[in-house]
Design a protein around this ligand. Structure first.
Ligand code: NAP
Ligand code: HSE
Length: 421
C-alpha cells in the first residue's frame, strides 16, 4: 500500500533481489498488488500496470495476500487499513511512526489475538536496526537514558545551515527532493515526526506506554544563521535531539533543538544520518548510527521485516521473546525539567539595562554563566546580547521570559535554546 519514495524503493528491491530474498525467506515473494491514489502518475519503479489498484480492499480481502506493507503514511486511512489487514489474518509491515506511536499498543494486541504480527522497524531511524535490538537483545538491561537524532530531514537542514550557511528553505527543498521529508514536511520541521519516533522507542525501552502527547516537542524553525554563529563561538553544535530519561520511575520525554558540545559524538552526526545513544544498567552506553531516511535504507528495514514475516508464516515458528509493557511510569511535566539555557536578545544599549536583565533572572533563581555583547547598531541604538545560564528549572525560565518580554528596554527575545552537556 503506497508506491511513493519508500513503496517504490521496496518494489525495486523485491524485483532486483528476488532470488536472494527467496533464499532468505524460504519461498518466493510475489508483489501481487500495489495501492496508489493516482493510476496515471508516472512511477520511477518499473511496475506492471495491471497490479496497481486504487481500492485498498482489493488487497485487504485478497486471499492470495499474506503480507501487507503499509507505506502510504499519515494516521488515516492507514490505521484503518492496518486494523483490517490484521483482522483478515495478514501480517503487516509498516514504516508509519504516526500510527504506531498513536495506536501501536492496541494494534500489536489485536495482531496477537489474530495470530499474526506487525513489524515496524522502518518507522524509526530508516535503515538502522533499533526496534529489533530493543525488543530482543537489550531486554535484560534497564534503560535509563536515550539521546537521539531521529529525524533525517532536520539533521540534514541543520548540517547544511551550519556548514554552508545556506537558508532554511533551500535546505528543506533539497531534503524534499532527496525523498527524506514526510509527505507533510511540517511534521519534520516542527519536531512531530521525532516525537512519534521517541514515543515508540521509549515505550519499548521503558516497558511503559509513552503516548505522542506525552512527548514535549519543538521544531527548528526559530533557528537562524546567527544562532549557529554564536553556537560555534561558544564551542557548541545545534541539533534537534530526542531525549528520554527514566529518573526514579518518572519519565522525561522531549524533542527540541539543543546546544551540545561540539566535540561529543552526537555533534558529529551530519546530513541524513541518525544516531541513537542509549544507556542501560548492564550494557552501559550503546550507539546506533546510520542513514535515517531515504528510499534505500528504509527499504532495507522493510524488506528484512517482510523476510522475517514470510519465514514466520512458512515455518510457523514463534518469534523470539519480545519486550513487554508491564508497568506505568509517570511522565515528568516539562516545567520540572532542569537544564542550561542560551538566550539571544536585542536590547536598548544604555546604562543599567544588563543589570535589569540580571535582576529578572536572579529573582527567578537563574544564575548567569556568561554574557556576550557584540557591537551596537547606531541607527536603532540597540545591541544584541547572548546569555548562557547555569542549570535552571524550565518553569523559572518561562516565568523570566514573560517578565523580560514586558520590559521596554528589551526590544526582542530573538531565541532561547536549551543546552545539554
Ligand atoms: P510518499 O512518497 O508521499 O508516498 C506515499 C504513497 O502512498 C504514494 O504512492 C501515494 O499514492 C500513496 N497514498 C497516499 N495516501 C493514499 C491513500 N489515501 N490511498 C491510496 N494511496 C495513498 O511518502 P513516503 O516518503 O514514501 O512515506 C511513506 C511512509 O513511510 C510514511 O509513513 C513515512 O513516515 C514513512 N517513512 C518514510 C521515509 C522516507 O525516507 N521517505 C523513511 C522512513 C519512513 P500516489 O503515488 O498515487 O500519490
Ligand atoms: N521524514 C523522516 C525523516 C523520514 O526525515 O527522518 C524517516 O522516518
Amino acid at each position: 500500500m503506497g508506491l511513493g519514495v519508500v513503496g517504490g524503493g521496496v518494489a525495486k528491491v523485491l524485483r532486483e533481489k528476488k532470488e536472494a530474498i527467496a533464499e532468505q525467506a524460504g519461498c518466493p515473494l510475489i508483489l501481487r498488488k500495489a495501492l496508489v491514489r493516482d493510476l496515471s502518475k508516472p512511477r520511477s519503479t518499473q511496475i506492471a500496470a495491471d497490479i496497481l489498484v486504487t481500492d485498498a480492499y482489493e488487497i485487504l480481502t485478497e486471499p492470495e495476500v499474506d503480507i501487507v506493507v503499509e507505506v502510504i503514511g499519515g494516521e488515516n486511512p492507514a490505521y484503518e487499513y492496518i486494523k483490517q489487514a490484521v483482522k483478515n489474518r495478514k501480517f503487516v509491515i509498516t514504516a508509519n511512526k504516526e500510527v504506531m506511536a498513536k495506536h501501536g499498543t492496541e494494534l500489536l494486541a489485536l495482531a496477537e489475538e489474530h495470530g499474526v504480527d506487525i513489524f515496524y522497524e522502518a518507522s524509526v531511524g530508516g535503515g538502522i536496526p533499533l526496534i529489533s535490538p530493543l525488543n530482543h537483545d537489550l531486554v535484560a538491561s534497564s534503560v535509563s537514558t536515550i539521546y537521539a537524532i531521529i529525524n533525517g530531514t532536520t539533521n540534514y537542514i541543520l548540517s547544511r545551515m551550519s556548514a554552508e550557511g545556506i537558508t532554511f528553505s533551500l535546505a528543506l527543498q533539497r531534503a524534499q527532493e532527496l525523498g527524506y521529508a514526510e509527505p507533510d514536511p511540517a511534521k519534520d520541521i516542527e519536531g512531530v515526526d521525532a516525537a512519534y519516533k521517541l514515543a515508540i522507542l521509549a515505550t519499548i525501552a521503558f516497558h511503559s506506554t509513552v503516548r505522542p502527547e506525552d512527548v514535549y516537542h519543538e521544531g527548528i524553525t526559530r533557528l537562524t544563521e546567527r544562532d549557529f554563529r554564536y553556537a560555534k563561538e561558544l564551542g557548541y553544535a545545534i541539533k534537534l535531539l530526542a531525549i528520554a530519561k527514566d529518573i526514579d520511575n518518572s519519565l522525561e520525554v522531549r524533542v527540541h533543538p539543543v546546544f551540545i558540545p561540539e566535540d561529543i559524538l552526537l555533534a558529529k552526526i551530519e546530513g541524513v544520518y541518525n544516531a541513537v545513544q542509549l544507556e542501560g544498567d548492564l550494557v552501559g552506553k550503546v550507539l546506533f548510527y546510520g542513514e535515517g531516511a531515504g528510499a534505500s535504507p528504509t527499504s532495507s528495514a522493510i524488506v528484512a521485516d517482510i523476510i522475517n514475516a514470510a519465514h514466520k508464516i512458512n515455518s510457523g515458528v514463534e518469534a523470539r521473546h519480545k519486550a513487554r509493557i508491564f508497568q506505568t511510569k509517570k511522565i515528568k511535566p516539562m516545567a520540572e525539567i532542569e537544564t542550561r539555557y542560551y538566550f539571544r536578545m536585542s536590547i536598548v544599549d544604555s546604562p543599567g539595562v544588563l543589570a535589569q536583565i540580571a535582576k529578572i533572572l536572579g529573582d527567578n533563581s537563574i544564575s548567569i554563566a556568561s554574557v556576550i555583547q557584540k557591537g551596537t547598531d547606531d541607527n536603532t541604538q540597540t545591541a544584541e546580547i547572548v546569555i548562557m545560564t547555569h542549570p535552571a528549572q524550565e518553569k523559572a525560565i518561562q516565568r523570566a521570559l514573560v517578565e523580560m518580554e514586558g520590559q521596554p528596554v528589551i526590544r526582542q527575545i530573538s531565541n532561547f535554546v536549551r543546552v545539554e552537556e
